[in-house]
Design a protein around this ligand. Sequence first.
Ligand SMILES: Cc1cc2nc3c(=O)[nH]c(=O)nc-3n(C[C@H](O)[C@H](O)[C@H](O)COP(=O)(O)OP(=O)(O)OC[C@H]3O[C@@H](n4cnc5c(N)ncnc54)[C@H](O)[C@@H]3O)c2cc1C
Length: 367
Amino acid sequence: MADYDVAVAGGGPAGAATALTLAKCGWRVLLADMSDTEAFRLGEGFAPVGHSLLRDLGMLERFLADQHRTSYGTVSAWGSDELQASDFIFNLQGRGYQLDRARFDAMLRQAALEAGAKVQEGMRLEPILDVVKPGSFRLCLRGDKPVREELCNSQWLVDATGRPASLARGFGAKRMAQDRLLAFWTLLDSTKIGDCDGRTLVESRPDGWWYSVLLPSGKRLAAFLTDADLADRPALLSMEKFRDKLDETIHLRQLCLEHGYDVSQKPRGADASSARLNPVVGPGWLAVGDAAISFDPLSSQGILNALHTGIRAGKALDAALRGNISALAEYAEHLAKIYATYLGNRATFYAYERRWVDKEFWARRHP
Ligand SMILES: Cc1cc2nc3c(=O)[nH]c(=O)nc-3n(C[C@H](O)[C@H](O)[C@H](O)COP(=O)(O)OP(=O)(O)OC[C@H]3O[C@@H](n4cnc5c(N)ncnc54)[C@H](O)[C@@H]3O)c2cc1C
């Protein structure tokens, strides 16, 4: 049975950044990810400030060579029907990107592997709870294709499972959600060639807001965000009704007409709530990325937060493994500050939209 210093469950950007940071320090690291590596992954906008995080991970050159789609900024109808542009050209850190997320996440896992981590793709990692002892976890790795099962031990466990935070919640931590925001999304196909607007389009509506981006694949992602109790789920998950909803927009509808886009896939739903885990550090474990704190997609900061908390968690665990346990409390405090700052920014952005303060979705977001 293999023994690890740290086992990381979840190979998204947060788990991969944690594993890469620790493997570079020479620790024995396991990184397991259960997702289908070929499947489309949501969350693509990568702001210019991400360059410095990739540089910290030693990944910037490799990322730039990977040719994700350049994003020149955001264009939004928020607070009025007029479109306002916010261009990355004014950003000192340079351009942003619309990522091919599956490729981006795979690149980070590959870097962790090259740094010495054991990477297991297509495998779910879970602690065997009846033999959990802080400082010595017995773990089970399970895969379906092909069916296989392995046991291993690890001193530390990192929950990088994304919003479900399934490991930490198994240890008794609670996810404290600020709202019940859901994203209903689909990919739009076009028969025409010519859409090359690499900016994110954001458009608010009386019952929520939309965003759309042109992906590296040439398809366009369209997502409608609203609260779980306000959403007509069966309608928003049907192609026809999703198309009707999209027709209520002004700018997105115009863009679809201009470039011949149509809904060609069944829409899907995703949790998009703002939430924090309480606590983010426990005996022998800690949480990173969305598992620890998750943001409204309006912020476009989920991947940045995943990379940043992954690097910070890696450094905190390195210190803890060397005997400085207080590094973990500092990590938890740091995350609490990030989340408090985020909530302030979120309130400011929602406050810019004042046209529908009498409507439930917006009333909830106004002081
Ligand atoms: C609609 C929407 C739009 C978004 N748009 C943006 C955007 O434009 N820009 C941005 O920065 N962010 C965006 N985000 C957020 C961003 O996608 C997330 O913040 C980011 O993916 C978090 O990374 P993570 O590594 O913490 O978790 P994830 O990316 O969710 O990765 C978790 C991984 O863990 C795996 N896993 C789960 N349980 C286990 C287990 N037990 N064992 C092994 N593996 C496991 C999962 O399969 C998954 O691969 C968006 C989110 C939503 C919902």
